[in-house]
Design a protein around this ligand. Structure first.
Ligand SMILES: [Zn+2]
Ligand SMILES: [Zn+2]
Length: 344
């Protein structure tokens, strides 16, 4: 109490605003292959805001606000995210599905009412691999999982899942109103990482061929417009609940069965092969058993040319074989897409 005033030192606190500028306190680095919405949810939670309310911070309305940004990231929001996180523009822009050549095959997001009890809110189409989420230090959703042509995980060999294993609700991390990580169901809090069954070999073989063909399309090797590979695959309609439905609107369990039927020969669909889009699906399914052999031959041919002394005699020009398969997949489209049932 005898302390004199001269012994008391008062140090002004540094101004928080000057220290961090306009940036948010915590910056989360995007994970390789992460979907924009997944990163936004993790960024929101790291800064103490449940994802359901983060849409307001970005001035985006609706319960599925982050799914909207996946498909269309406006420049003003991109600039805001760059300013607040100080991450490079291209790093953030690369997480979205803007200018996506595979748009036709991305799973459709529903526009739910925002009420967790409403059925529309329970059918969000977002699938994931439970084993991948289990391996993640901070579980995140991959861009590749948004493709309707994906039904299994190439890394773990198990089926993907698009419903909570406990309550059957859709996967909707944007509706999380508490600070819970993305591996928990927003409807019932159950852990989403319950394992799924291994995918069948034939199903994965067909899935890999389609994935490779789509990669070639993205790389510029393919037609564009209505006769492009993704447009044709997306134009095909399959019966679901009595209605013709494109693959982008089918739940995972139906797409998995469809792939298995295609891999098995799917005779009842071959009768309908007058539709070019259906015909393409069956042609790809028939080519799938040869796919791995062709890739192996192509790989061996290329490797033998860059590894001295290991060149082996090939049966035929393997690259030509591969090209012929691609040409056949796009050939015989005598009729226009008008004869195929539109997907939308
Ligand atoms: Zn996985
Ligand atoms: Zn649940």
């Amino acid at each position: 109490m005898t302390q004199s005033a001269s012994e008391i030192t008062v140090t002004p606190a540094r101004d928080y605003g000057n220290e961090v500028g306009h940036g948010w306190p915590v910056v989360v680095e995007p994970a390789p292959g992460e979907l924009l919405s997944s990163w936004l949810h993790r960024l929101a939670m790291a800064n103490g805001i449940p994802p359901q309310y983060f849409g307001r911070v970005l001035d985006v309305a609706g319960g599925d606000w982050s799914a909207k940004l996946d498909r269309d990231l406006p420049g003003r929001i991109l600039n805001l995210l760059v300013e607040r996180t100080r991450l490079p523009t291209e790093d953030i822009d690369g997480l979205a599905l803007n200018r996506d050549p595979l748009t036709r095959l991305r799973m459709r997001q529903t526009t739910g009412s925002g009420d967790a009890r409403a059925s529309t809110a329970r059918v969000n189409r977002l699938q994931y691999c439970p084993a991948c989420l289990k391996e993640d230090r901070a579980p995140f959703f991959r861009r590749g999982w948004t493709l309707a042509t994906r039904v299994s995980c190439f890394r773990h060999g198990c089926s993907l899942r698009d419903q909570c294993p406990a309550c059957g609700g859709g996967i909707a991390p944007s509706r999380q109103n508490r600070l819970l990580r993305q591996q928990f169901c927003v409807w019932c809090d159950a852990d989403l990482r319950k394992p799924t069954l291994p995918a069948e070999y034939d199903v994965q073989r067909l899935e890999r061929l389609i994935d490779d063909l789509l990669r070639m399309h993205v790389a510029g090797h393919g037609r564009h417009g209505k006769t492009s590979l993704p447009a044709m695959l997306g134009a095909a309609c399959f019966t679901f609940n009595g209605q013709p439905t494109s693959i982008s609107r089918l739940p995972h369990r139906v797409r998995y069965v469809l792939f298995r039927q295609l891999a098995d020969g799917m005779t009842h669909l071959q009768k309908r092969s007058v539709h070019p889009a259906i015909d393409l699906w069956t042609r790809i399914a028939r080519a799938a058993p040869k796919h791995s052999d062709l890739v192996a031959l192509l790989s061996a041919e290329i490797t033998s040319q860059i590894t001295p002394g290991t060149k082996t005699r090939s049966r035929h020009p393997d690259l030509a074989d591969l090209q012929q398969v691609i040409v056949r997949l796009h050939s015989n489209r005598r009729t226009s897409l008008a004869t195929a049932m539109p997907a939308n």
